[in-house]
Design a protein around this ligand. Structure first.
Ligand code: FMN
Length: 169
């Protein structure tokens, strides 16, 4: 699969087969996150892999839709702002770093034939309670991971002319 084919093959998957994700595929997907760039290479992030059925069922409390916790794997992307790069004006790279990590993970999963869906509409406080995440860590994004049980309908995008400005705003 070329990169162009890969980025067009990724779609949000909102229904998963219960079949487990083979360990070698999961490792390959996580490795793609490990090698993602972060500001100043500070790598102030953690990915929590949730596969145990009891834990996944508890994660039902953090997001409204059942397809989320019913996927065989949940990947929870966390960032630690205190350990991430700060610009002189105070801006912190932790969430951008984590977004790049998640995108690597999601594209590697797509290449492996696995479905994913960015999920940010979760309850962060409940997530932290269930997974024992320390107070200074932010939960930035999650994705279920598993074999798709649907053929997702491609969602349209704005034309490039609406998204790209030449030379200035
Ligand atoms: C930062 C971010 C947060 C998202 N949060 C959710 C979410 O909580 N629930 C959901 O079903 N989809 C969520 N999505 C998926 C988007 O709705 C989806 O990517 C978009 O509609 C384009 O569809 P596609 O991914 O199939 O190309 C999120 C996507 C992004 C990038």
């Amino acid at each position: 699969m070329t990169f162009q084919e890969l980025i067009r093959a990724r779609h949000s998957v909102r229904r998963y087969r219960p079949d487990p994700v083979p360990q070698d595929l999961l490792s390959r997907v996580l490795e793609a996150g490990r090698i993602a760039p972060t500001a100043c290479n500070l790598q102030a992030f953690s990915l929590i892999v949730v596969t145990e059925p009891g834990m996944r069922r508890r994660m039902q409390a953090v997001y409204a839709d059942d397809w989320f916790w019913q996927a065989p794997v949940l990947l929870v992307g966390c960032a630690e702002p205190a350990k991430a790069w700060k610009r002189r004006d105070g801006w912190n790279s932790a969430e951008v770093d984590l977004a790049i990590v998640m995108d690597h993970v999601i594209l590697a999963a797509t290449e492996a034939g696995l479905g994913t869906c960015w999920v940010c509409a979760f309850n962060e406080a409940k997530t932290k309670e269930i997974l024992g995440i320390p107070p200074q860590v932010r939960v930035v994004a999650m994705t279920p991971l598993g074999y798709p049980d649907v053929s997702p309908r491609p969602v349209g995008r704005k034309p490039l002319a609406q998204l790209v400005r030449r030379e200035r705003w």
